[in-house]
Design a protein around this ligand. Structure first.
Ligand code: FAD
Length: 462
């Protein structure tokens, strides 16, 4: 294999930096170009998703590149959802009935820095910061970059281009604008946006609320969530409609309105956020959308991966995890190349064939979970369903996995299969509870049999 080929990677975010590291480990010459300054040298933007939920699929990607252990040092395990009602009561709903299955809160810049350090330590990786890609010559695998400060333009060329430049990808836009091939593209925004606020550490440096959980304040249309950080703080994210609602970003325009809204909806959270009003107005409001497109490659010379190919809404905590899984799948396809020289067109084709149905599935699951988190987590029927799932997972750990577990903890099946099976199981349990055919007081083996048989009937009908 001609592994001295030169790969030009555009975008040194989470996907690009892991991909650069892995491709360098495979022996390629890698140039990684990033439009922002080196995040190891500058203070971070406030309010841009500073922590993320990292789970098994993402960990698999980090393991492949030998950086899992280091990443785990940055992680805080979150064992379940801690639901906060309007009266300030809380209850914990575990993510799994099996021991050892939980998700992790990790700092985005911390993880990105770790990956950049590891990539930079490879002798065959060059990382260039402050240069934003302006245009791509897809047929020739070259791109023009503009320096962030001097505005000077340079052209860089590789044997291929890998576009990991996120949801607003310039590489993808170049594919979209190329009239020589048919490029399908869809972008669906939610009517909600998001804004980040902080629960600072307590005066003694401790956590002001339970550390080992992902906190949720579900309020039907709106929702607040909070993930812990290593320094004792939490990053809180508000999900709120932009308009057409009693409270929405369009009408929360004064400190009084913001205080009124939070005090009414999230009284226990307000008490933990001393800088609420200031941060609400200082921090940006971000949009939430799903991008699907195809093909992901053009001319066998360029390929898009990560959010550039499949941006999703954040409600399953899987965007980064899916992007890391992209690296695993791409790597597997390269590993299976038998020829002496790499046929990139074939690799890109096989990669999309292996991956697209799964990234489409997680995009749909993430939208489902938006509704589940904001509307259903507080409902008695949903809570009963979770109790049944916990019983099945703890009593039959090798037999039963809930939809959440299939998506989050089962890296051995694709998202598409997790969707197919998980949705049928959800429907089965909800039907059975509604028809009073099962209850948590029943014998676990009886619950298992009836749930499996109802699930199979649903899968059969579909
Ligand atoms: P990005 O992380 O966006 O990186 C793209 C990089 O390319 C950036 O560094 C950017 O500066 C650079 N770039 C862009 N344009 C250019 C250009 N023209 N030239 C050069 N460089 C360029 N995922 C999870 O798994 N778990 C979560 O809990 C989670 N929570 C989220 C919460 C929110 C509010 C949001 C918005 C997203 C969340 N995600 C989560 C999704 C996750 O952030 C993304 O899926 C992930 O960052 C994708 O990685 P990426 O490298 O493809 O894109």
């Amino acid at each position: 294999m001609t592994e001295k080929q030169h790969l030009l990677l555009i975008g040194a975010g989470l996907c690009g930096s892991l991909l650069a590291l892995r491709m360098a480990q495979r022996g390629f010459q890698v140039t990684l170009v990033e439009k922002r300054p080196d995040l190891r040298d500058v203070t971070q933007d406030a309010g841009r998703s500073i922590n993320l939920a990292l789970s098994d699929r993402g960990l698999k990607g980090l393991r492949l590149a030998g950086v899992e252990e280091k990443a785990l040092e940055l992680c805080i395990p979150m064992l379940g959802r801690m639901i906060h009602d309007k009266e300030g009561n809380t209850f914990m709903s575990n993510y799994s009935g099996r021991d050892g299955e939980y998700i992790n809160s990790i700092s985005r810049p911390g993880l990105n820095m770790l990956l950049l350090d590891a990539a930079e330590a490879m002798p065959n990786v060059e990382i260039i910061f402050n240069k934003g890609c302006k245009s791509v010559d897809l047929e020739n695998a070259s791109a023009v970059f503009e320096d962030y400060t001097t505005k000077e333009r340079t052209e860089l060329k590789g044997d291929i281009i890998l576009g990991t430049d996120g949801a607003g990808s310039v590489v993808r836009k170049s594919m979209f604008n190329d009239r020589n091939f048919l490029f399908s593209f869809s972008q669906d925004y939610l009517t909600h946006g998001y804004k980040e606020i902080t629960i600072p550490a307590s005066d003694s440096g401790g956590y002001r609320t339970e550390k080992g959980a992902l906190h949720i304040w579900p309020r039907g249309e709106d929702m607040l969530i909070a993930l812990p950080n290593l320094d004792g703080s939490f990053t809180v994210t508000l999900f709120l409609p932009y308009s057409n609602s009693d409270y929405c970003f369009d009408n929360l325009t004064t400190p009084e309105m913001v205080t009124e809204y939070f005090t009414k909806e999230y009284p226990d959270a307000v008490a933990l956020m001393p800088n609420l009003v200031e941060e609400f107005f200082d921090n940006p409001t971000g949009p939430l959308g799903t991008i699907k497109c195809s093909p992901w490659n053009s001319y066998g010379k360029s390929l898009i991966l990560g959010d550039a190919a499949h941006a999703i809404v954040p409600f399953y905590g899987q965007g980064m995890n899916a992007s890391f899984e992209d690296v695993v799948v791409f790597d597997e396809i390269l590993e299976n190349q038998k020829d002496a020289s790499i046929d990139w067109k074939k690799v890109f084709y096989e990669y999309e064939k292996a991956r697209k149905h799964d990234t489409d599935a997680i995009a749909d699951l993430a939208v489902d979970n938006f509704h589940e988190m904001k509307e259903h987590t507080a409902s008695p029927l949903f809570q009963q369903k979770r109790k049944i799932e916990m019983i099945l997972e703890s009593q039959f750990p090798d037999v039963y996995s809930s939809k959440y577990s299939l998506v989050t903890f089962n890296e051995n099946i694709g998202y598409a299969e997790a969707l197919r099976k998980g949705r049928a199981q959800d429907k089965a349990i909800l039907n059975l509870l509604d028809d009073k055919k099962i209850s948590e007081a029943d014998k676990p083996s009886e619950i298992l049999n009836i749930v499996i048989s109802e699930t199979n009937a649903i899968l059969h009908d579909d």
